[in-house]
Write a protein that binds this ligand. Structure first.
Ligand code: SIN
Length: 536
C-alpha cells in the first residue's frame, strides 16, 4: 500500500522504543519508486542551504513513504500562487493508506505516553532549535507554496517555533490536584494523562505555525499524532517532518501525510477511526461542522478554530495614526488571508473622513510583486477561487452603493492570483452585504460609519461568528465596556495584532471552541483522571 522510498537518515535510537512497528513491513511494499518532481530546480531557484528540507514523500512510522499505486493517480501537483507554475508533486494518499498512519500513531502511543515530561520537553526544544537554524529555508518554502512575502514567512517561522518553545516549557507543568474529600478517610488525587492519538487537520494560510500550534502541545502532553497537511502547502509540513525526524522523535509519534482529491475520505477516516481520540482542526465553519458530526460517532475530544468575522472600530477619541497602522496590520496582513483579519470596519462619523484619507494614502503605497522579492510588501492570493470570492464581495458592495476609493480589480500583470489592495467607502451597515456575513479573506477594506457605542455593539455582535474583534479608544471605561460586550474569544484594544504563543487563541459561537497556545492549549490534549483512595 505504501512504498518506502528511502530509509530515513540518522535517527537516535531510543531504548524506550525497542522495535520499529512492523506496520509498514506488513504492507505490500513495492521497490523504491521515483516521484517526478521539479525539486532539483526548485532547490536551486530558492537557493536553499539545506535542499533535504524539500520532501516529495510522506512521513509515516519513521519512514519516508508514498503510495504504491501508479504515480499518475497517486500524486498531486503543487503550484506557486504567484505564477501558477507547478513546483512539485506530493503523495495523494487514500483513506486506506492514512489508516496505516493512524495505526502507527496508535502503536507508538503507549510508549510515548510514559516517556518523562522532561524528555518530551527536551525533544521539543531540539525541534525549536532546528526550526530556528533552518528559518531562512523554511521561510522560502512557505513563500513559494503559499505566496506570502519572505519577510512574512520568516515571521511565521518565528511564530511557529514560539509554540514549540512554549510547549517545551509546558510539557513539565501538567500538574494535577489533590482535593479534600467529602468523606473521612478518602483521598482524592487528579492526574492528567495524554488523550491518545490525535488527528491534526491543518490549513494553508500558516503552513508552519498552524501545525506547531497543535502538534507541539499534543507532543508535550504525551499524545501521538497524524497530521494532514493542506493540499496547497504540503512541502512546509513535510519539511517539518524532516526536522522532527532530525530532532529524534521516536517512530510513529508524528506522522505527516498529504492528500488532495482524497481529502474528503481522508478527513472522514481521521475523524471516524476509533483509534483516534482527539481531532484538532483549523479551517472554515462548514467544514468544522462536518468534521464534528463525523467525530461525534465515537465522541472524540475536539478543538476547532473556525471562521471569523471580526470588527475593527475606531472611536472619535482614538489616536488615528496608530489606528490606521493597526487596521493595515489587521486587514492587509498576508493580503487579508487570516482568520483574525478584521472583516467589518466601523469608523465613527466624526473621524471618518480624516481616517479614510490617511488609510488610502498608506495602502496606495503598498508594493505588489513576487513574494520572494525583498521590496514586495504584498503577494498574491492563494488561488483563483479566492480571487473570485474577493471580487464577488467587492462587486456586491459596489452594487449596494459602496464607493470605490482604491483598487477593486485583479492585477494579472503581476500574476494570475493578484488582487489590488482595495478600499471601499460609504459601505452600508445594513442590507445583508456579502462582506457583512462572510469573511472576505482578501485585501479589501470596506469602511462603514457608526454614531454610538450601542449601535456599534449591536452591529458588531450581529454575526454567528465570534473569533476576534478590535477597537481603538483612549477612554478606559469604554475600553472595558466594549471589550466585555463584544461576543468573541479575543479582543484587541488599541492594537490590530494579537497573535502570540502565550495567549489562549480561539473563538466562541460558530468560530469554534477549544483554545490553542497559552497554559490552556495543552489541556486540550489531556484527560483528567480521578484516583480516589480510601485509607480506612
Ligand atoms: C489563522 O488564520 O487561523 C491564525 C491566525 C493567527 O494565528 O494569527
Amino acid at each position: 500500500m505504501l512504498a518506502r522510498l528511502f530509509t530515513s537518515t540518522t535517527i537516535l535510537s531510543r531504548p524506550t522504543f525497542p522495535s520499529r512497528s512492523s506496520l509498514l513491513r506488513a504492507m505490500s511494499l513495492s521497490p523504491s519508486i521515483s516521484l517526478k518532481t521539479s525539486f532539483g530546480d526548485l532547490a536551486s531557484k530558492l537557493n536553499l542551504s539545506n535542499p533535504d528540507l524539500l520532501r516529495s514523500t510522506n512521513y509515516v512510522d519513521g519512514e519516508w513513504v508514498a503510495s504504491s499505486r501508479p504515480e499518475s493517480e497517486s500524486t498531486f501537483a503543487v503550484r506557486d500562487p504567484a505564477t501558477d507554475e507547478i513546483i512539485g508533486h506530493a503523495p495523494d494518499l487514500t483513506a486506506e493508506e492514512v489508516r496505516v498512519a493512524i495505526k502507527a500513531a496508535d502503536a507508538a502511543r503507549k510508549s510515548w505516553a510514559v516517556t518523562s515530561a522532561k524528555s518530551r520537553s527536551d525533544l521539543l526544544r531540539k525541534l525549536n532549535d532546528l526550526m530556528i537554524a533552518n528559518q531562512e529555508d523554511l521561510a522560502k518554502i512557505i513563500t513559494i507554496e503559499n505566496g506570502k512575502t519572505l519577510a512574512d514567512a520568516r515571521g511565521e517561522i518565528t511564530y511557529g517555533a514560539s509554540f514549540v518553545d512554549w510547549f517545551s516549557a509546558e510539557a513539565v507543568r501538567t500538574i494535577g490536584d489533590t482535593i479534600p474529600a467529602a468523606a473521612p478517610g478518602l483521598r482524592n488525587i487528579v492526574i492528567k494523562q495524554p488523550v491518545g492519538v490525535c488527528s491534526i487537520l491543518a490549513c494553508w494560510n500558516f503552513p508552519n505555525a498552524m501545525i506547531t500550534r497543535k502538534l507541539a502541545p499534543a507532543l508535550a502532553a504525551g499524545c501521538t499524532a497524524v497530521v494532514k497537511a493542506p493540499p496547497e502547502t504540503p512541502f512546509s509540513a513535510l519539511a517539518m517532518a524532516y526536522l522532527i525526524e532530525k530532532a529524534g522523535f521516536p517512530k510513529g509519534v508524528v506522522n505527516i501525510i498529504t492528500t488532495d482529491v482524497n481529502t474528503k475520505d481522508v478527513g472522514k477516516e481521521m475523524t471516524q477511526n476509533p483509534l483516534v481520540r482527539k481531532v484538532s482542526f483549523t479551517g472554515s465553519s462548514p467544514v468544522g461542522k462536518l468534521l464534528m458530526s463525523q467525530a461525534s460517532g465515537t465522541l472524540k475530544k475536539c478543538s476547532f478554530e473556525l471562521g471569523g468575522n471580526a470588527i475593527f472600530a475606531v472611536f472619535p477619541d482614538a489616536d488615528l495614526a496608530s489606528a490606521v497602522e493597526g487596521l493595515i496590520a489587521c486587514k492587509f496582513r498576508l493580503s487579508g488571508q487570516t482568520c483574525v483579519c478584521c472583516n467589518r470596519i466601523y469608523l465613527h462619523k466624526d473621524i471618518y473622513e480624516e481616517f479614510t484619507a490617511l488609510l488610502v494614502k498608506k495602502v496606495a503605497a503598498f508594493t505588489l510583486g513576487s513574494p520572494l522579492s525583498a521590496s514586495t510588501t504584498h503577494g498574491p492570493l492563494i488561488h483563483a477561487r479566492s480571487l473570485a470570492k474577493v471580487d464577488l464581495h467587492v462587486q456586491d458592495a459596489l452594487s449596494h452603493g459602496a464607493k470605490l476609493l482604491l483598487g477593486g480589480h485583479a492585477l494579472p500583470e503581476h500574476g494570475p492570483n493578484f488582487y489590488a489592495p482595495t478600499i471601499l467607502g460609504d459601505v452600508p451597515t445594513k442590507g445583508g452585504l456579502l462582506m457583512h456575513k462572510d469573511e472576505t479573506f482578501g485585501p479589501v477594506a470596506g469602511l462603514m460609519k457608526f454614531e454610538t457605542e450601542e449601535e456599534l455593539l449591536e452591529l458588531g455582535n450581529d454575526t454567528e461568528f465570534g473569533l476576534a474583534g478590535y477597537f481603538y479608544t483612549k477612554d478606559l471605561a469604554r475600553a472595558f465596556r466594549v471589550a466585555e460586550e463584544l461576543e468573541c474569544g479575543m479582543v484587541g484594544v488599541n492594537t490590530g495584532l494579537i497573535s502570540q504563543a502565550c495567549i489562549p487563541f480561539g473563538g466562541i459561537k460558530e468560530s469554534g471552541f477549544g483554545r490553542e497556545g497559552s497554559t490552556h492549549g495543552i489541556q486540550e490534549y489531556l484527560s483528567y483522571k480521578l484516583i480516589a483512595i480510601s485509607i480506612l
